[in-house]
Ligand binder design. Structure first.
Ligand SMILES: [Zn+2]
Ligand SMILES: [Zn+2]
Length: 141
């Protein structure tokens, strides 16, 4: 179903809109995504490049993928949030982070890549405590 997906960085200085549905939604555990996000994976929705508009001030970082393509990551120049990704392997497409979307209803992870690099701490043990919001807790004195 065609709809528009909008999103923004943490400070709101960089925004995107994309007309979907996305080509694919992928969860990636590669080292670059782990370091980029500071967490255990990224989740990105790939759209045709001509269906995406990026607004605001972004800066870019590029690196070579293991397959020899050039990967470009776009960040908000103010708050550092990831805003988009491009890869010369699929130059007609751009990937947007689901976590930055205002409303990702209807989207699901369809594939997981670099599963071999998934860190052990991405699997939660049964004794992990869950809180609906920030608990009233402080580190011990
Ligand atoms: Zn920002
Ligand atoms: Zn990755």
């Amino acid at each position: 179903m065609t709809r528009t997906y909008s999103g923004k960085c943490l400070c709101g200085g960089a925004r995107f809109t994309a007309v979907g549905p996305p080509v694919v939604v992928a969860q990636c555990h590669c080292e670059e995504c782990r370091r980029l996000s500071g967490t255990c994976h990224s989740i990105g929705a790939m759209f045709r490049r001509d269906a995406v508009v990026i607004n605001g001030t972004t800066s870019e970082f590029t690196y070579q993928s293991g397959k020899g393509s050039t990967v470009t990551k776009g960040f908000c120049a103010t708050c550092g949030s990831p805003v988009y990704g491009r890869n010369t392997r699929s130059a007609d497409h751009i990937t947007l982070p689901l976590g930055a979307m205002d409303n990702a209803d209807g989207l699901q992870v369809e594939v997981v890549i670099f599963d071999r690099d998934k860190p052990h701490w991405d699997r939660l043990e049964e004794n992990v405590a869950f809180f609906a919001t920030q608990p009233d807790w402080r580190p011990p004195e």
